[in-house]
Design a protein around this ligand. Structure first.
Ligand code: PRP
Ligand code: ADE
Length: 225
């Protein structure tokens, strides 16, 4: 191939005084990212007055899972929370999800953390030997069960659920972890109904992404038809 005989283009050497200052692109910090995620999460949660019983303002977290971008950001926020708050070697071996809404994100979080996922179910759903704990929740009472071999003594366990209201459900799950000899690391919730002071019922650290809707019966509130 003949070599090009064309002269190379002149090197452009601009006058240094005229070069605009090069700026580092603005990268949002993890905390500002989390703050904007929290706003979006709040906006996605809907409220239904008088469901499932008169006087209960039901917080519907399901729409957050129908938007894949929000869903991904939510799981990422929980993963970041674990990585920044628990040193390596102190992280959960087991994510314990509470039926039913703890099942929506427990398994995804467990995979991200290379942890196992274990289910706590309502009474009568699990085969084989089980442990049982009864509890009172915001709108009724129930029983939780866990399979006796689901947690090995000494395993570090993080309990996850969508909402903490009175704390009854979470406290019952924590008691099951202890019955099986697990090391209860703490609790993670999407939303806390803080006026019910449910966290006072729990004897391990509690992390919630969001607290009660700031606007009460606000724009996300759907009137009963
Ligand atoms: O703090 P508490 O007063 O105990 O209330 C919180 C619990 O109530 C809801 O579950 P629910 O039993 O209604 O069942 P579901 O997830 O199966 O719909 C919620 O998902 C929590 O598990
Ligand atoms: N107000 C509420 N909304 C949704 N889930 C709940 N679980 C307990 N109280 C609740």
């Amino acid at each position: 191939m003949p070599q090009s005989t064309q002269a190379p283009p002149p090197t452009h050497r601009p006058d240094a005084s005229q070069v605009p200052e090069r700026r580092t692109p603005h990268l949002p910090s993890a905390s500002s990212e989390l703050a904007s995620l929290k706003i979006k999460l709040h906006q996605s949660i809907r409220q239904f007055p008088d469901f499932p019983a008169p006087g209960i303002l039901f917080e519907d977290i399901l729409p957050l899972f129908s938007d894949p971008t929000l869903h991904e950001a939510f799981i990422r926020a929980l993963e970041l929370h674990i990585h920044t708050n628990y040193a390596e070697g102190e992280r959960p071996d087991v994510i314990l999800g509470l039926e039913a809404r703890g099942f929506l994100f427990g398994p995804s979080l467990a995979l991200r953390l290379a942890a196992g996922f274990v289910s706590v179910r309502k009474q009568g759903k699990l085969p084989g030997p089980t442990e049982t704990a009864g509890y009172q929740k915001e709108y009724g009472q129930d029983f939780f069960q866990i399979q006796t071999d689901a947690i090995k003594p000494g395993q570090k366990v993080l309990v996850v659920d969508d909402i903490i209201a009175t704390g009854g459900s979470a406290a019952a799950a924590g008691s099951l972890v202890k019955k099986l000899g697990g090391d209860l690391l703490g609790y993670v919730f999407i939303l806390e109904l803080d006026f019910l002071k449910g966290r006072d019922e729990l004897d391990a650290p509690v992390y919630t992404l969001l607290s009660s809707q700031p606007d009460g019966l606000g724009k996300n509130s759907l009137e009963k038809t």
